[in-house]
Design a protein around this ligand. Structure first.
Ligand code: FE2
Length: 244
């Protein structure tokens, strides 16, 4: 049974906003979910990815207690709920229960997004100091006046997320440029905007409250010290190959 995350597969499940479902699109949506359900038994269940570092490795920026809870409890819950929703989807699909299939869309979007986002987040962080590749540095400096300007803009956008959500550096496959975005809840970047995710900053309170209390700006400022630029640069290189 594969434990790898099939991003395209999850995106196919969650690229549906239930708020926008109208009568005319219901059958299309059901068909799309039903097609996705058929491949679940082939792919197998999702599992919690292992971290590449110890729970206390990101201290003092992120303490062990936050990391343990965030990874073992919060991310694990997204994985469990995604698997449960996919099982229900497969069953509903086998019974041609269109109503049930449609009802599952919000759970698939939320938990699938939570699984995708956190899987990127853990890799975006590292206790090892790193710097952007020359290529990424050049791209950042050509779009913003300097790295500091870019950092300031992404930080401000991320701090301003209302309630729970994420701030992102993404890659626009059509324009071939970097782009910033802020999204609510666990909405995944690619399924929501088409941007390829490079660097995500989780600003759900579970990511910082035990240590930073209500001072979100301090957490966002600090997280730059543990950004894994090797990983972010690698994602940039891969994303550029997708330019259309
Ligand atoms: Fe989180």
């Amino acid at each position: 049974m594969s434990s790898a995350i099939d991003i395209d597969f999850i995106n196919s499940l969650i690229d549906i906003d239930p708020r926008e479902i109208k009568q005319a699109t219901v059958m299309f949506t059901a068909r799309k979910l039903s097609q996705a359900a058929r491949s679940i038994s082939v792919r197998g269940k999702h599992s919690l990815p292992k971290l590449a570092y110890d729970y206390d490795a990101l201290e003092p920026i992120i303490c062990r207690e936050i990391m343990e809870l965030h990874h073992q409890k919060h991310h694990q819950t997204y994985v469990n709920n995604l698997n449960a929703a996919e099982e229900q989807l497969a069953e509903a699909s086998s019974k041609n229960n269109t109503s049930k299939i449609i009802q599952l869309a919000p759970a698939l979007r939320f938990n699938g997004g939570g699984h995708i986002n956190h899987s990127i987040f853990w890799q975006n962080l590292s206790p090892k100091k790193s710097t952007p590749s020359d290529d990424l540095k050049k791209a950042i400096e050509s779009q913003w006046k300097s790295f500091d300007e870019f950092k300031k803009e992404l930080s401000a956008l991320t701090v301003a997320v209302q309630g729970s959500g994420w701030g992102w550096l993404g890659y626009n496959k059509k324009s071939g440029k970097l782009q910033l975005a802020a999204l609510p809840n666990q909405d995944p970047l690619e399924a929501s905007t088409g941007l390829v995710p490079l660097f995500g900053i989780d600003v759900w309170e579970h990511a910082y409250y035990l240590q930073y209390k209500n001072v979100r700006p301090s957490y966002v400022e600090a997280i730059w010290d543990i950004a894994n630029w090797d990983d972010i640069s690698c994602r940039f290189q891969e994303a550029k190959k997708l330019t259309t």
